[in-house]
Design a protein around this ligand. Structure first.
Ligand code: ZN
Length: 387
């Protein structure tokens, strides 16, 4: 998530990228998984942040994670490379300040449960699952009042502790999501970023409304198909990558503009929307100029949902963009547990959303360098790793 320019952003969001917190390793509590199933291997492949610099290393001798009483041990089958993983790969300032060297990265996945801890009651071996990456003890005010995704103690796997770019991952049963049998592995591996898009669209409310999506990275493109499915009347998109805008159009955008080259796009959009501007702004770029333009294109009394993370502090005109405009601004982080997950599942199964043009590449984990290169160079959009 973060994003310095609309489509080069880390979109992700899940990310989280966001608020730095003290790096902590997942405590190695629990039992050796081979005590639960002697046929499990001793070691596994894992993509590890091996040093405080660019790149990741594929190791083959990582011990399997231990299984605490409430953990499920999952054999990962497919994982998605997130914009957050781009930051971790590139080792930018955010990553350097947040990521503990030595962790297994990755947080978007689907797999099967192969062993369960002694106290697990909700799931059993053999079930196909994904998981919510925001971890919390669940004891604070926010967790107990329906906002676990922004809990005080929230940590994210693959960012603050070992993640899922590995053959096996150990995950608390409270974070597990059992995937509906109608949903393919390919789609199930994208629940995390798709959940970001769905959370943003649903928080804003787009039915029968005109919508501007600024930034058509992975999540921005997902937001196009989700907003379309959710009944947006007209969807406008901006970005600086023509190919992404072409895809946005294919996914259902009414009109797309190059944020810089189409100098008059704000007035064009306002003219088409009663001279006032769009009802809803979904800000996916984190780019300061895109934010300014997006609010200029938002009508008075409109709703803005902000997911894109600026790479640094931005200067922003509160008076004309928010206060005198009387608009509502919502910050979006993660996904609602578990309302967003149910919405994602409904949209995939019955909502007619289009993901196959967004998931552009798949690579075996052994070719992880090509996979990251495909994403980093912009040739691919959502890139998956197969284990
Ligand atoms: Zn992600």
């Amino acid at each position: 998530m973060t994003i310095a320019t609309p489509s080069s952003s880390p979109s992700s969001k899940s990310s989280s990228s966001a608020q730095p917190s003290a790096p902590t390793r997942r405590p190695q509590i629990g039992v050796d998984p081979r005590t639960l199933d002697a046929s499990l291997p001793e070691t596994m492949r894992a993509l590890v942040k091996h040093h405080a610099g660019p790149g990741l290393e594929l190791v083959r001798d990582r011990p399997l994670p231990r299984v605490a009483p409430h953990d499920c041990l999952v054999k990962v089958s497919k994982a998605g490379i997130c914009g957050t993983d781009r930051h971790i790969w590139q080792w930018d300032d955010w990553a350097a300040g947040r990521i503990p060297v030595g962790i297994v990265t990755g947080h978007e996945f689907v797999g099967h449960i192969v062993a369960v801890g002694s106290a697990v009651t909700k799931y059993k071996v053999g079930e196909r699952v994904s998981a919510e990456g925001h971890l919390t003890r669940g004891r604070d005010y926010l967790s107990l009042t329906g906002s676990k995704h922004i809990a005080e103690d929230v940590r994210i796997f693959g960012i603050d502790c070992d993640g899922i770019f590995a053959d096996y991952a150990s995950i608390n049963e409270d974070n597990i999501w059992d995937v509906h049998p109608d949903i393919s592995d390919r789609h199930a591996a994208t629940f995390d970023p798709l959940g970001n898009a769905v959370h943003t669209v649903m928080a804003a409310g787009v039915s029968a409304k005109t919508v501007l999506i600024s930034g058509t990275g992975i999540i921005g493109l997902m937001a196009v198909t989700v907003a379309k499915a959710a009944g947006a009347s007209r969807i406008y998109c901006t970005d600086i990558t023509p190919e992404r805008l072409t895809l946005a159009k294919k996914l259902g955008a009414h009109a797309c503009y190059h944020a810089i080259d189409d100098a008059d796009w704000v007035s064009t959009v306002r003219k088409e929307t009663r001279g006032l501007g769009v009802d809803v702004l979904l800000e996916m770029s984190g780019n300061a100029q895109a934010m300014d333009q997006g609010f200029a294109a938002l009508r008075p009394g409109g709703v803005a949902a902000l997911l894109g993370l600026p790479a640094k502090e931005v200067t922003f005109d509160f008076n004309s963009n928010i206060i005198f405009k009387g608009c509502t601004v919502k910050g979006i982080n993660g996904r609602l547990m578990w309302e967003t997950w149910y919405q994602v599942e409904e949209l995939i199964r019955h909502g007619g959303i289009e993901l196959d043009d967004i998931i552009t590449h798949e690579y075996p984990i052994d070719e992880y360098e090509q996979a990251f290169d495909t994403m980093l160079t912009g040739r691919g959009i959502k890139v998956l790793l197969n284990f």
